[in-house]
Design a protein around this ligand. Structure first.
Ligand code: HEC
Length: 155
């Protein structure tokens, strides 16, 4: 992975020559921060599984100007994901092996790349701890996922 080696030595990253920092599966940065591309590529590299690709699994079409994109709850949740290692394997342009299930780059609304089942796993409603977002406010996340389920059924 030539591209990756270049990124690992980019200015601002940890000491050039040193192995890139690979955060744990359930690790999150403080609020307001986001996992960097170099860190995420190291996560994907270490995982070793092949990149995947997905599509719209929501069963609905987005509106031309989808109101979810300006919903503060959606924006909060997206920021919560971006600060955790989860985002690394679920971002298509970084080669994420989990993109088939949900893809942070799926446009216009990334959560449409996830089935309703996947969203319930993500929000800890199925007891799959390793695939639950390590947010400090799980109830807030669950409320969003439940509302999204209702929205999907109504369309
Ligand atoms: C090292 C790569 C990697 C990381 C990090 C990662 N995932 Fe995934 N994720 C995958 C892959 C690959 C799949 C699909 C295959 C599988 O289930 O392992 C997946 C699938 C999922 C699913 C779909 C489950 C379903 O049954 O529909 C959810 C939800 C999920 N991940 C959430 C998370 C959350 C939350 C985190 C952070 C705590 C996370 N993932 C971190 C690679 C990763």
């Amino acid at each position: 992975m030539v591209f990756f080696s270049f990124l690992a030595c980019a200015p601002g990253e940890r000491d050039s020559g040193a192995a890139p920092y690979v955060p744990r599966h359930n690790e999150c940065l403080p609020e307001g921060e986001a996992m960097s591309e170099a860190t995420c590529r190291a996560v994907v590299e270490e995982d070793g599984r092949l990149p995947t690709h997905g599509g719209n699994k929501s069963g609905t079409e987005p509106d031309p100007v989808d109101p979810r994109l300006s919903d503060p709850e959606f924006l909060w949740m997206t920021a919560e994901v971006r600060r955790c290692t989860c985002s690394c394997c679920h971002t298509e342009s970084w080669g994420g092996p989990g993109v088939y299930y949900w893809n942070l780059e799926f446009a216009p609304v990334w959560t449409d790349s996830a089935s309703s089942w996947t969203l319930s796993v993500f929000a800890g409603l199925t007891g799959e701890a390793n695939q639950t977002l390590p947010t400090d406010d799980l109830e807030r996340l669950q409320a969003w996922v439940e509302a999204e389920g209702i929205r999907r059924e109504a369309r």
